[in-house]
Design a protein around this ligand. Structure first.
Ligand code: SIN
Ligand code: FE
Length: 294
């Protein structure tokens, strides 16, 4: 595998449309087929008086990233004085708004049902840190989150590298979703009543479906398989500062190997608005298991 198998690059130079219909079609098809869409000419502009915020110690000790809720305007996991927090809020609010405008104009088919979830700032260097295997995003994985059941809804994430020192963000992209799912499909079903209990205890936000159970199993089993991590098909790719990239991270097998100072915006996409919902992990897994999963 090499970069040309996993990346589709488009000449987008503005966070707003209008975009040419053929370009929009290429974007939609690439994303739904599990490619990483790269927009090398779409920087996110950091103002001169914001440069000092691009440093690792803006994030608190408990987690590696700063989170921002575009709905409430609240920052999470920061270690900043109030004035600095206000400036970081403004930066992330602007990034969240730019991202939403880009998706509305580039992927108008999704607009009616698209949900904007968290924004994050990822200031810390990835390389050289230690993580538990399950939390180590330097290992190939698909995204699935224990506390946030999606019941088939898609995870679409948009990134931008804003590293002030020119550092690239180095990723690895793996094989397509279906062979990965076939290899790691968990055999154990969830215990009866466990989804209800997790919800009652507040461990999950909403009820975990069998789909969510399987996706968590795929995430964990792939990361914990050292032989797979060492030998799996992969393409190493890197994103220079000033690049925007996006993909369905619940479908694209990915690992983030090195880099610091990235911005990220998560969206959720109901599969009913996909051009071809048969490509969604939910439908692929339903086909592989011959069961209704969400
Ligand atoms: C990930 O989703 O695994 C991390 C991506 C990144 O921070 O570059
Ligand atoms: Fe991930």
């Amino acid at each position: 595998m090499d970069a040309a198998d996993v990346l589709v690059s488009l000449p987008v130079t503005a966070w707003h449309g209008p975009f040419d219909p053929a370009l929009r079609q290429r974007a939609l098809t690439a994303l739904e087929h599990g490619k990483v869409l790269v927009l090398p000419d779409l920087p996110f502009l950091i103002a001169a008086d914001e440069g000092d915020l691009l440093r690792p110690d803006v994030s608190g000790a408990e987690r590696k990233n700063v989170s921002f809720d575009p709905g409430t305007g609240r920052l999470g996991n920061i270690a900043l004085a109030p004035g600095e927090a206000g400036r970081l809020t403004a930066l992330l609010r602007r990034f969240a708004a730019d991202s939403a405008h880009l998706l509305a104009d580039l992927l108008p088919d999704y607009a009616a049902t698209l949900e904007q979830a968290r924004t994050s700032f990822r200031p810390n260097e990835i390389a050289g840190r230690s993580y538990s295997p399950r939390h180590d995003d330097r290992r190939l994985h698909i995204d699935a989150f224990p506390s946030r059941p999606l019941r088939g809804k898609r995870i679409l994430r948009l990134f931008n590298n804003v590293a002030p020192d020119g550092a690239v963000r180095a990723w690895r992209v793996g094989e397509p979703f279906e062979p990965y799912a076939q290899r790691f499909l968990p055999h154990r079903r969830p215990l009866p009543g466990s989804a209800w209990l997790l919800e009652r205890l507040g461990i999950t936000k909403g009820r975990r479906s069998v789909y969510d159970h399987i996706m968590l199993g795929l995430h964990d089993r792939g990361k914990l398989d050292a032989a797979y991590q060492a030998t799996a098909p992969r393409a190493n790719v890197s994103f220079t500062p000033g690049t925007t990239w996006l993909c369905f991270t619940d479908q694209v097998l990915h690992a983030a190997l090195a880099g610091h100072c990235a911005l990220e915006q998560t969206f959720h996409v109901p599969i009913s608005t996909m051009a071809d919902s048969a490509l969604a992990p939910l439908r692929v897994l339903e086909r592989l298991t011959a069961r209704h999963l969400a």
